[in-house]
Every structure is written in C-alpha cells, then in structure tokens.
Design a protein around this ligand. Structure first.
Ligand SMILES: Cc1cc2nc3c(=O)[nH]c(=O)nc-3n(C[C@H](O)[C@H](O)[C@H](O)COP(=O)(O)OP(=O)(O)OC[C@H]3O[C@@H](n4cnc5c(N)ncnc54)[C@H](O)[C@@H]3O)c2cc1C
Length: 393
C-alpha cells in the first residue's frame, strides 16, 4: 500500500537506506546506547553513502543521491532514527540545520569551504540559535556582534545553549543581533564560526534524557572576530534565514519521529502475539488490540502530513503551516505510540533490555526541539487565519 504515497524510486531508496542501516549502523547500536559514544566514523559512513546530501542541490551535494529533495531527507531521517536516534540527530544538525542555510544563502566560496566538507563527512556542522535565556522567543536573543574597529569584520559575544554537535562541530552557523536600533527581525545576522576562532569555547556537554551518542552543548563566544567573508546571506538578514531553515528542519524532524514510532509499533505487535495471559495471547484483548489499532492509525496519519509538507517544499511552496502541523502531529504521535507500546509490554516495557523505554526517551525530545508544539500551534493558527478567505480547502 505504501506505493500510493511514495514513488517506486523513493521506495527503492528507502530499501537501500534500510539495508545500509541494518548492516552499517545497527551493529553499533547497543554500544552507543550503553557508552554514549559519539561516532564520527559512522557519520562519515553515512556521508559516503550520500545520505547527508539528499536534499542539497546537485552542484552542492556529494554522491549519487544529491538533489533528490526533502521527501528523501525524511526517508533518511526515519530509517536512521529507527536504528540509532542520536546518530540521526547528529547527521541532521550537520547536514540540514547547518547545511541548508549555507546551501541556500551561502556564497560559492562559503559553499566550497564550509558546506562540501560537511556533506562528505570530513567536517561537522551545527546551528546556534538557542541561548540560556532565550528559547522560543528567538527574536529576543542576547548574542550580539558589533563591527570591528578596523571595520573589516565583526566581534561576536554571547552564549548558546542546547547546541546539537556544539562541542564536536568544526563549523557553526551562529545567529546574533547586529543592529539594536531596529526590530530584532531586521537586525539579526547569521555568521559562520570556525571552531579554531579565538574566543570560542565549549562550556560543557549537557546530559540528556535520551539521544545517546549525540552531543548537545553550551557554548561561549567572547570577543570572537568574524571576518566579513563569514557573514551568511548578508548583514541583518539573519531572521529570514532562520525562518527558512526552521521550515525544512521541522519536516525532517517529523521524519525522525516516524523512525522513533515505527520500531515501537513493531515491537508491540510482535510482543502482543507472543505474550500469553489468561491462556491467550494478549493481542486477543481489546484493551491491547485497540491500542495497536490507534497506534497504527496515528502513525499513518503522521506519515501523510510529513509527506505533504515535504512534497510541498520540493514543489517550491511556502510550507510554514504544513511544517508546523507535521512536526506537531508527528512528535506527539511518536510520544503516544511509544507510551502505548510501553503499556502493551507491561513491566517489560519499563526494562532497559527491551528498547521501548529508549524509543520513548528519544521521542520525548521532539515536542520541544526545533520549536515547541505550543509555538508550532501558534504558527499553524496564524497561518490559517492569514490565508482564510471564507473557505479552508
Ligand atoms: C536535545 C536538544 C537539542 C537541541 N538542539 C538545538 C540546536 O542544535 N540548536 C539550537 O539553536 N537549539 C537547539 N535546541 C533548543 C530547542 O530548539 C529549544 O529547547 C526550544 O526551541 C524551546 O526553547 P526552550 O527550551 O528555551 O523553552 P522555552 O522557550 O523556555 O519554553 C518553555 C515552555 O514555555 C512554552 N512557551 C514559551 N513561549 C510560549 C508562548 N508564547 N506561548 C505558549 N507557550 C510558550 C514552551 O512551549 C515550553 O513549553 C535543542 C534542545 C534540546 C533539548
């Protein structure tokens, strides 16, 4: 039935990525979970297979899959997340959160110097928006940059918090206020920061509830000199770049959410067929099988919304509303599905030997990361009222 939603080419690609994940990533899954290992080498493998480049244009990306679009990015996100969620978070922060703004707004020199090494896995990227005092209210950010005295660059000061790949990144796309005399939306700039730039330090990696293997960091920028050449997309144009990035990020995250939910559903179905209570498999009880029914329905609906947003993006449409809808629904779906799966496994669902508690912990992040579901609901209704001309459809 899946072919109604995906082309044959997309399904073949999914099978390829799934096989890659099984052979190249799955063998390391348990060790990464147990030791919280950051595996740069696995990121390189993913890049060499071409899965960092799928939604980058042909002239920018690396490998045979580049230029395919956001639908393909959701396929990669789902498949890798279904095996090692923290690894896909690492990949996505590098290839998409850092990569997409550079691909869309970078100069040819910036693309050559900063994006291509990231897409081939030699270097790692990150995006720096969130700060200790600033989360949802991104326009209120405190990090700022002033023109250097010699006039040939900017001096960056501030702190960033919750930056995926922060301590590991070679290059960071960092947002800062550059004109305090105007609305921050007109006075924000994106800078490309290199990890060796004096004044840039990692304060710490933050301990997380889930996402083993990923690194999420607090960063400090003290009088970091940023050359003019490292301004991305022009001075004071940062807010537009940020909004553009968030739309595609949210759809890709929705793809990841499918990846957290799918193995949870599969485990719950398999377990409910095998577990015998009252001399019957527990799948015979409505209290169990209605949950399976709801989980599968929820999952399919999330897939449709995700695909809708991704296809609209690939068609060049503005997707703010559908990206917000897809991420809201898919992230809440993943939490509901993992919670129900845990319930179906009974006490074993709570045991770390079974993976359900891990899927649940991983899934729980995504009602926050990339914009909370509250903020996304705000965006969805704003877009609905903006577009409304008497008919919704
Ligand atoms: C593991 C992890 C990885 C992350 N990776 C990155 C990254 O790579 N780069 C990056 O820049 N950021 C990253 N983030 C930050 C993430 O995007 C923020 O956590 C998120 O945007 C919310 O900000 P906050 O946590 O400060 O919550 P707050 O903004 O403080 O919100 C707290 C609560 O208040 C609610 N709230 C706030 N304002 C409103 C409002 N107007 N209406 C209704 N409710 C509201 C929120 O929805 C939330 O429930 C990451 C976060 C985590 C946890």
């Amino acid at each position: 039935m899946n072919h109604i939603f995906y082309t044959e080419e997309e399904l073949a690609f999914r099978d390829e990525v799934r096989a890659f994940c099984e052979t190249e990533l799955a063998p390391y899954e348990d060790e990464i979970q147990q030791k919280n290992l950051f595996r740069r080498d696995l990121l390189q493998k993913i890049a060499q297979a071409g899965y960092m480049s799928v939604h980058h244009p042909l002239e920018v990306g690396i490998g045979k899959h580049c230029g395919k679009g956001l639908v393909y990015e959701t396929i990669v996100a789902e498949e890798i997340s279904a095996v090692i969620a923290g690894l896909d978070m690492t990949r996505m922060a590098s290839a998409t959160l850092f990569g997409k703004p550079v691909a869309r707004f970078g100069t040819p020199e910036q693309i050559e110097k900063y994006l291509k090494p990231v897409l081939c896995g030699e270097k790692i990227g990150a995006i720096g928006i969130t700060e200790p005092n600033v989360g949802s209210d991104v326009a209120g950010m405190e990090t700022h940059a002033e023109k250097a005295k010699d006039g040939n660059g900017y001096i960056l000061n501030g702190k960033k918090y919750f930056i995926t790949n922060g301590s590991q990144a070679d290059f960071l796309c960092v947002f800062a206020i550059t004109d305090i005399t105007v609305n921050p939306k007109k006075g924000m700039t994106a800078f490309i920061v290199e990890k060796e730039m004096p004044g840039f330090t990692t304060v710490k990696d933050i301990d997380l509830m889930g996402m083993a293997g990923a690194r999420v960091s607090e960063l400090d920028f003290k009088d970091v000199f940023i050359p003019e050449d490292n301004i991305l997309g022009g001075i004071n144009n940062g807010f537009g770049i940020l909004m553009d990035e968030l739309d595609s990020e949210r759809v890709a995250i929705a793809g990841e959410c499918l990846g957290y939910a799918r193995p949870a559903i599969e485990s719950a179905i398999a377990y409910s067929k095998e577990r015998i209570q009252f001399k019957r498999p527990i799948k015979d009880f409505e209290g169990v099988n209605f949950k399976i029914s709801d989980m599968a329905t929820d999952f399919e609906a999330a897939r449709l919304l995700t695909l809708k947003a991704a296809r609209a993006y690939d068609n060049g449409e503005r997707i703010t509303k559908y990206a917000a809808m897809a991420k809201t629904f898919a992230s809440e779906m993943a939490v509901r599905v993992c919670d129900n799966a845990l319930q179906i496994l009974g006490g074993r669902g709570y045991e770390t030997d079974y993976k359900i508690e891990r899927y649940y912990r991983d899934a729980r992040l995504m009602t926050m990361g990339g914009g909370t579901v509250e903020i996304l609901r705000f965006l969805t209704q704003r877009e609905i009222y903006r577009e409304f001309d008497g008919k919704y459809w």
